[in-house]
Design a protein around this ligand. Structure first.
Ligand code: AMP
Length: 115
């Protein structure tokens, strides 16, 4: 098992801990963030355990595109016309779970730049 398969998201993918799933397919899973930062806060994660965006390579191109399209699908499914997608890569950027994930955040006005 790779290191990122052992994160909390690996455990969610293996069904060892629950989540509120919003979308699922062969490549990814989307679920609600347990500590939402906005009325809608979802996470889209690949089933393949890539630790962070910095470790993705050319072979992951289609998967990364798929994650973004699923992020948009989930946002629309949640009734959003406008939302933010965020991928934190690395601890200094705020990444706390080292299994690649796309945040989908919306349902309120969002300021820029982020902190
Ligand atoms: P990041 O800081 O970019 O690594 O984001 C990790 C996100 O995972 C945070 O927004 C957490 O609230 C969220 N999170 C951590 N554990 C869980 C969990 N068991 N279910 C859903 N979301 C979680």
């Amino acid at each position: 098992m790779s290191a990122s398969a052992d994160t909390i998201f690996g455990r969610i993918l293996r069904g060892e801990i629950p989540c509120e799933a919003l979308y699922s397919d062969d490549l990814c899973l989307a679920f609600r963030d347990v500590n939402p930062q906005a009325p809608v806060h979802a996470l889209v994660i690949p089933r393949q355990p890539i630790a962070q965006l910095a470790e993705a390579g050319p072979g992951d191109q289609a998967l990364l595109g798929h994650l973004l399209l699923v992020a948009a699908k989930v946002a629309r499914q949640e009734g959003l016309d406008s939302w933010r997608t965020v991928i934190n890569s690395g601890a200094e950027a705020g990444q706390t779970v080292f299994h690649l994930h796309v945040h989908v955040i919306g349902g309120r006005a969002l300021s820029w730049p982020p902190g």
